[in-house]
Design a protein around this ligand. Structure first.
Ligand code: AMP
Ligand code: MG
Length: 404
């Protein structure tokens, strides 16, 4: 059985070898949030485009204020959105506002707090070195320099940068369509009242939200009964999408038919279980040229295995880099023992009561317990070799994240 890390490497390598090329489209900037950039974006001019004052104050020649107090003659005022036509000579200064271009001849700005200006003579109380309180033209980016690479996911900061360089139309990659097939004779749609022995199909809902949050377009197919013939036609339909996610039917039960049906359809399997808890019976492979995951049906297993494996897969299918899950470190609040040989992802809460972050496990009943996951804001990650963790020991933590 592959370790969690080996399984993640397998997914990364299989995706890289497939050299997937998503389609491209162009959308208005206002519609580009969360999308993946399809081209490098270059600076259309220097950034900043001029030597920009960082402060409200006086633009000076630093040579003139080597010894303070110094008295300078006021030549005028420059507001943001204006520029000064003349040049500042020896012994002169100009009143300048934050964001305004430095006038020719000046090389620094003295903050207004360090000056007095009763009339057209300005008293400077503090010396400044050349360049102080000024952002040099082109220091953030030179005209023509790459400010965003192809493959970058566009969050608020990236969108602001696109706006500042004038990209009102943004080239982006098409979003991958993800087919979702829930399997299980016990499942009923959320709208339907379940018999006492039936279960509502919650995985299709959580998976759809996870797919959308990861930049994909969820396409939910019908609930597949635990019968090979019905499963087969749904899987064939699902393989029209860019990625197929199945939930349930991948354990060793008598009515777990997912792998058998995929095999009959000529699937290649890259792994069929991972040393992971929850989520051990996780299946990854390819059929009809499309990747698929058989996610274990228990809702927490489905949730965790999507986050760990399907989310980075979607990033690649969408034209971004493989976004492997990020772990932070925190101190575990209570001791913990395990002998499972598996990497455990335990619903937990991360807080910072004092200097160090502390992670505490929430009460949960195992891989079916969505109540526990909803109470958590992260997962504590306990690796197989960490058989005995003492209270206060540092452990890995994976944030649950609003977008997961
Ligand atoms: P399975 O992986 O098919 O053996 O299912 C494991 C457990 O997860 C069972 O208790 C199922 O009832 C439950 N389960 C499977 N699919 C879903 C689903 N779509 N929504 C909610 N629970 C599910
Ligand atoms: Mg089942």
């Amino acid at each position: 059985m592959l370790s969690f890390e080996e399984a993640l490497t397998t997914v990364r390598e299989r995706l890289a070898a497939a050299e997937h090329r998503p389609g491209r489209e162009v959308v208005p900037l206002g519609e580009a949030r969360g999308r993946i950039l399809a081209e490098d974006v270059l600076a259309d001019r220097d950034y900043p485009p001029f030597h920009r004052s960082l402060r409200d104050g006086f633009a000076v020649r630093s040579q003139d204020v080597l010894t303070v107090p110094a008295r300078l003659r006021l030549r005028g005022e420059i507001r943001a959105g204006e520029h000064f036509a003349g040049e500042i000579g020896t012994g002169e200064c100009v009143s300048i506002m934050t964001g305004a271009p430095l006038p020719a001849g000046a090389d620094a700005v003295v903050m207004v707090e360090h000056t007095q200006s009763p009339d057209d003579r300005v008293r400077i109380h503090r010396a400044v070195h050349s360049g102080e309180n000024v952002v040099q033209q082109g220091s953030e980016a030179r005209a023509g320099a790459r400010v965003l690479p192809q493959g970058r996911r566009l969050g608020p900061g990236e969108l602001g940068l696109l706006a500042s360089v004038g990209k009102s139309q943004v080239p982006i990659f098409a979003q991958p369509v993800v087919a979702i097939i829930p399997t299980g004779d016990e499942l009923v749609p959320v709208e339907k009242r379940p018999e006492w022995f039936q279960i509502r199909n919650s995985n299709a809902v959580s998976l759809s939200a996870q797919v959308a949050g990861a930049g994909g377009i969820p396409h939910c197919l019908a609930i597949a009964p635990d019968r090979p013939d019905a499963l087969r036609s749904l899987i064939q339909e699902g393989l029209n999408a860019d990625l197929l996610l199945l939930s349930g039917g991948v354990s060793a039960g008598k009515y777990d038919f997912v792998e058998q049906v995929l095999a009959d359809l000529g699937a290649e399997f890259y792994f069929q279980s991972v040393a992971l808890r929850p989520g051990k019976p996780l299946v990854f492979g390819r059929a009809a040229g499309k990747f698929f995951f058989g996610l274990p049906g228990n809702p927490v297993s489905t949730f965790v295995t999507f986050t760990l494996f399907a989310r980075p897969t979607l990033a690649v299918l969408g034209g971004a880099d493989f976004e492997a899950p990020l772990f932070l470190r925190a101190r575990l609040d209570k001791s913990f023992q395990q002998r499972s040989g598996l990497t455990a992802f335990l619903p937990a809460r991360l807080e910072r009561p004092s200097a160090d972050p502390v992670v505490s496990l929430v009460r949960w009943q195992g891989s079916g317990d969505l109540v526990g996951v909803a109470a958590a804001n992260c997962f504590a990650v306990i690796h197989p070799e960490e058989t005995s963790v003492a209270a206060g020991d540092w452990v890995d933590v994976m944030l649950k994240g609003p977008e997961y």
